[in-house]
Design a protein around this ligand. Sequence first.
Ligand SMILES: Nc1ncnc2c1ncn2[C@@H]1O[C@H](COP(=O)(O)OP(=O)(O)OP(=O)(O)O)[C@@H](O)[C@H]1O
Ligand SMILES: [Mg+2]
Length: 1108
Amino acid sequence: MEVKTSLLDNMIGVGDMVLLEPLSEDSFLENLKNRFDHNEIYTYIGSVVISMNPYRSLPIYTPDKVEEYRNRNFYELSPHIYALADEAYRSLRDQDKDQCILITGESGAGKTEASKLVMSYVAAVCGKGQEVNKVKEQLLQSNPVLEAFGNAKTVRNDNSSRFGKYMDIEFDFKGDPLGGVISNYLLEKSRVVKQPRGERNFHIFYQLLSGASDDTLKKLKLHRDFSKYNYLSLDSAVVNGLDDAANFRTVRNAMQIVGFMEDEVQSVLELVAAVLKLGNIEFKPESRCNGTDESRIKDKNDLKEMCELLGIEQSVLERAFSYRTVEAKMEKVSTTLNVAQAYYARDALAKNLYSRLFSWLVTRINESIKAQAKTRHKVMGVLDIYGFEIFEDNSFEQFIINYCNEKLQQIFIELTLREEQEEYVREGIEWTNIEYFNNAIICDLIENNQNGILAMLDEECLRPGTVTDETFLDKLNTVCAEHQHFESRLSKNSKFLTDHSLPHSCFRIQHYAGKVLYRVEGFVDKNNDLLYRDLSQAMYKANHSLIKQLFPEGNPAKVNLKRPPTAGFQFRASVGTLMRNLQTKNPNYIRCIKPNDKKASHIFTESLVRHQVRYLGLMENVRVRRAGYAFRQAYEPCLERYKMLCKRTWPHWRGPAREGVEVLMADLQVPAEEFSYGRSKIFIRNPRTLFFLEERRRQCLQDLATLIQKIYRGWKCRSQFLLLKKSQIVVAAWYRRYAQQKKYQRIKSATTVVQSYTRGWQARKLLRDLKYQKRCEEAATTIAAYWHGTQARRELRRLKEEARRKHAVAVIWAYWQGLKVRREYRKFFRANAGKKIYDFTIQRIMQKYFLGLKSTMPSMSPIDKNWPARPYLFLDGVHTELRRIFHLWRCKKYRSQFTEEKKAVYEEKLEASEIFKDKKALYPSSVSQPFKGDYLEISKNPKYQKLSSAMDEKVLLADVVNKINRANGKGTARIFLLTKKSVVLADQKTGQVKASVPLPDLTSVSVSTQSDGFFALKLKEGSASAVKGDFLLSSEHLIEIITKLHRIGATAADREQLNIDISDEFLVQFKQDKVCVKFIQGAPKNGNSVSCKRKNNRLLEVSVPTTA
Ligand SMILES: Nc1ncnc2c1ncn2[C@@H]1O[C@H](COP(=O)(O)OP(=O)(O)OP(=O)(O)O)[C@@H](O)[C@H]1O
Ligand SMILES: [Mg+2]
């Protein structure tokens, strides 16, 4: 929520003098002092800002402060120069009103500082961007340059502006700065040649000598020592707190930012050096034969150096210092100069040189900072002109400066009154006239065209005949004597005849800011501002571009016999233009006040401030402001501020703000004559009324604060109580839940125990019953079994008895029958016929058997296992023997068909079966595969032609095998060749031989019992092939490879039989290491492929998928 603040909040004294009650000069000063003592250096009189010079840096210009005042209403915060700058900037940006900021006050009151604060505030709040920032920077950096050349230390101010400055800053429609134009007014050039006691020349001379490098000084023919230069006063050359050397660097840097070229800076410094050199030129008199004195240059060294610097011919300048040529009506008269005139000429040249250089600098800066766009600009003018000056010895410069201040005061009076008046008209409020001192009469005394002092001075200067300052004073005495603000000893106004404080050679003007005594000496000269033509022509002849530009009148082609306009005339004209310019703009005033004469902080010299308050007309300003209404405020903020004072407007007023204020005022019973309703503002006549409102508001705020506190506390306690209550319920609920849970668990476990006891008891009872039942059943069964057994045995005995009896009967019967047959047939057979019958029967049976065998013979395939069944048991032996003989015969038949190759193949198969059968799980799958040998068709395949030709023996086996890397167990495809003499491993792609192992180096081959194709070729220790170690290979044709290797071993006479080791764990030699190769039944994650992994130095693990 935005917090509405007001100027009236936390006020020290009164922030706006209009509200001062009672209003008197003393209370005014008291209020200023009170605020000054509390570091409140700004106070308002309505919209005018009074600024007291604190003479120390206060922390009130920080970026935070800028943000605080940005876009806030003027009266919203405590008085500050930023509030005025913000108001001016926003009126310019939002209401399209050109603004001017008029900063007035006496020397050292803080005008220049105030103008810089205003500029820096505007720079901080206006738009940003690369181009805009550059413009801002150039505008700000013009200050150090102009201050170096135009400011000097005076007794009143260590950084006193010795020229008037008006700067128009131009903005575009968005409020972004586009550029600026600086106008300068009358530089106090007499300072170049002479400075009053305790003062200095312009800063740049000291800065150059202290800050320039030795090299630069050498180029400029200068010495660092100030005492070497006549134009530099020595008594206060060094100023406390001023670092000339550092400032010189700042100035150089600023010149660069503003846009000065390097050669331009050099030219400027040369001119500054030339002025110093000029001051060192001294003259001596030399008598001529006609008795007159002529001047001669004492020591020509400085002249020579100066001429070298500026590119002037020495003789030309020397002559210009000795002669003066006067041209009149086609006539040229040359007169010699005496020493005084030569010094006059020298100083005039120095002053002109410097003041023209200064004007050139302003023009040059303007060239850089002028706005580029041709569109209409909004303008904010900042006027920082020299303050009102009263010295012991006041001359032409002070007269001009004070005239300028008179004009400003006049415009102040005019515009303030006008603005006040306009506001009343705008708001429809009746206007009452106010009495105030109008200084128009003083301005008229000075600037009146017929009999004004400046007009008199011009008349005197242009008059033929002898013209002196005295004749000018005489003229003033005759013309102005009657004027009430003019005083002189010789005026007809007799009251000054005896006034000894007014010397004869002086006149006194009663300015708005006090009486000032002017010494007429030098008025005519300074107004004439004469530079002998010989000198300007000498300067024009210089071979130096800048000097030539500065003295255009020296051009012989453009000789102008007309006198140039006088200084007074020029100044009057430019002040007139300035005033007209200011009148077209909306004025904003900053009235600077100097608290003491000592340039010290914390000192408030009441008499000095009182004097300034008087001459600045601040009391009148307050009175003017209060004559009508002391306080005004727009309806909305007024209602916002005081609405709590009336029940109807508090807390919200739903109608128009004006009606709300009316209701408020009626409710508060404020007398009707105390205020008026304008169109957009309420006008309060008396500060008392405002303070009454403020007091009521303060009380009301206290009551409201109490009410808010009460409600807040009540709310807080209630909230806390509710929170506690809620927490208590939660805690209780949790506790109950916990207690019930515990109780439930106890009951549950008790129930379980009881239950288990009961169930146990029941189960045991049931068990007992069942056991009893079972025993009964078993007993019954046993009894039944015994019973049935008894029955069965009895039956068996009976049956056996019966069978024995039947058998005995049958035997007896057979014997009896036999006996009967034998007795009956004995008479038909011989005694040996039985044996013959037996033999015949056997023969018949055998015959039948063999004939039957012939038709049921099995096929000729040696693997056919069929054989007919035997018909009689007694033929068992014969039958088996016949089967064996048939099988052998059948095999023989089968073998007899074999060619030699096939025979070899079967031999190999046989050998394979001898080696592997029932030893390796891979073997059965190899039986049906023919042993092809050359799987790669190496001799035919052109890809392996080179490899094949490298083999000096016949290749018995060529296949692609996987060579297992000894280090990590990963496989690489290799061509495996087997000849009678060696085993060769070659690269699969290139056919390049990678290893060749002579078979005698092969001691054994190890394979696992499982269905994998891994085999290790173990090499003889110490043989050449064994350097890298044994080979671990894997092949789909493992059975064939090993068989072939074994066969070659068997046939070779020169070496031992190759060992074939079939085991799931065997050792191989890899270089120096003995590594155990271990075969394990693979885990499911290995899928169906065989994987090989080097586990560590000692172990290489091969996972073989589990065979189903
Ligand atoms: N607001 C301020 N805060 C701190 N110091 C200040 C302030 N205003 C002025 N001063 C001090 O006062 C000195 C004189 O101020 P400044 O040069 O602005 O006076 P001036 O009114 O321009 O005088 P002149 O008419 O001689 O040029 C400054 O150098 C500075 O030390
Ligand atoms: Mg100044």
